[in-house]
Design a protein around this ligand. Structure first.
Ligand code: AMP
Length: 114
């Protein structure tokens, strides 16, 4: 059993502001939001990094994306726009080694990122 903070959130051992849950994914608000909306969409299956995504995960990763899009619509940010990000490993800025899609919106994003 993994001890990442997200595994503990999945097991409901620590609290999170959950906005969506089904048998495959969990979505909750980021504790350090980078915009008016900042939701993390994670798979319940433990996958450490984007490098560990394999063909068997294609449906699951697609479900993460469609879940994020649905939440963006519910948050009222879909038409103005938002950013979907998955950080990978240290140079990608990954801090929690359980893959997660950041849904960030509600403000103008800059490009390129820092
Ligand atoms: P990353 O740097 O891509 O691994 O992103 C990890 C994200 O998890 C950061 O945006 C953190 O603010 C967020 N985070 C860490 N701990 C928690 C927590 N307990 N509840 C919600 N979000 C968290």
């Amino acid at each position: 059993m993994s001890d990442t903070i997200f595994a503990k959130i999945i097991r409901k051992e620590i609290p999170a502001e959950i906005v969506y849950e089904d048998e495959q994914v969990l979505a909750f608000r980021d504790i350090n939001p980078q915009g008016p909306t900042h939701v993390l969409v994670i798979p319940k299956e433990e996958i450490a990094t984007a490098n560990d995504i394999i063909g068997d995960h294609e449906q699951l990763v697609g479900h993460m994306v469609t879940t994020a899009v649905q939440i963006a619509k519910e948050e009222g940010i879909a038409d103005d726009g938002y950013r979907l990000v998955m950080n990978c490993n240290p140079e990608g800025g990954q801090e929690v080694y359980h893959i997660h899609l950041h849904l960030i919106g509600g403000r103008q994003m800059e490009w390129p990122p820092g």
